[in-house]
Ligand binder design. Structure first.
Ligand SMILES: Nc1nc2c(ncn2[C@@H]2O[C@H](COP(=O)(O)OP(=O)(O)O)[C@@H](O)[C@H]2O)c(=O)[nH]1
Ligand SMILES: [Mg+2]
Length: 104
């Protein structure tokens, strides 16, 4: 499936560590399944700006699927998720500008 999407695991503050790890493992397996054929990339607050930028740039390929983990209680993962959304929005603007420049 070439359609780009990403996954956000929410309320991670409520989740026991072992259950969280089990969930991520299962999700990675589903994403890698031949029907989806996505390369999972876990994003956390420790992910560098450079790595996040590269991940955003790979989104249009449809070959990767970033996995974010957030909590609105602890604020874990929220800033980086917002940065990512901002980056893919920017990419969209750039590709529209390029399409306008070369309409035919
Ligand atoms: N512990 C915890 N509770 C949350 C979090 N986000 C939302 N909640 C609570 O979960 C309930 C449902 O919230 P909502 O935002 O509608 O999340 P939804 O279940 O994904 O629709 C409410 O009682 C929220 O206060 C979170 O990150 N951690
Ligand atoms: Mg709700």
């Amino acid at each position: 499936m070439k359609i780009p999407f990403f996954v956000v695991l929410t309320k991670v503050d409520m989740c026991p560590q072992n259950k969280y790890e089990e969930t991520v493992d299962e999700l990675r397996r589903i994403l890698k399944h031949k029907l989806l054929n996505k390369f999972p990339i876990e994003i956390s607050d420790k992910t560098s700006e450079n790595e996040l930028a590269k991940t955003a740039e790979l989104m249009p390929s449809g070959n990767i699927c970033p996995i974010f983990s957030v909590s609105s209680v602890t604020k874990q993962g929220l800033d980086i998720l917002v940065q990512f959304i901002w980056k893919i929005e920017k990419l969209k603007e750039i590709s529209i500008e390029e399409a306008i420049k070369q309409p035919f």
